[in-house]
Design a protein around this ligand. Structure first.
Ligand code: HEC
Length: 112
């Protein structure tokens, strides 16, 4: 009986670990997706009418990125369509990329 209980407990612990790892998003994928889906407007010298505010990970602090990616906030952006074209997991990945290299992170980065 004790053995079964132990196994169930281990299983639950492993599931919760996996859950947090997945919720964290994949910053490598995020970097790719950000370039592909967002940078066309959020970079210097974007073509013609696409020019929007230049965004790169070091533009904002970690908490500012968290605020910027709150769904209520994102719904107000004119680029809602680009967000909707990206899957929710993709948005999570982009967020983890920007967050990981934010201005006040240990490894701030420009978008090269
Ligand atoms: C078609 C062009 C276009 C695309 C593609 C685009 N955006 Fe935007 N985005 C804008 C414009 C225009 C604004 C309004 C503010 C500005 O002029 O930069 C904006 C605003 C934002 C803001 C708020 C910035 C601030 O400081 O207020 C964030 C964050 C953002 N976009 C993220 C993204 C992400 C993430 C993607 C990719 C999923 C994306 N955008 C794709 C045009 C675009």
């Amino acid at each position: 009986m004790k053995k079964i209980f132990g196994c169930v407990l281990m299983g639950l612990i492993m599931i919760s670990f996996l859950g947090t790892a997945m919720a964290g998003g994949n910053y490598r994928k995020g970097k790719y997706l950000f370039r592909k889906n967002c940078r066309s407007c959020h970079m210097e010298n974007a073509p013609g009418d696409k020019q929007a505010k230049v965004l790169e990970p070091s533009t904002y602090t970690m908490s500012e990125w968290t605020a910027a990616f709150a769904p209520e906030k994102a719904a107000t952006y004119p680029c809602k369509a680009a967000w909707e074209k990206t899957t929710p997991e993709g948005i999570e990945d982009i967020y983890s990329y920007l967050y990981k290299f934010a201005k006040d992170s240990p490894t701030p980065a420009k978008c090269k």
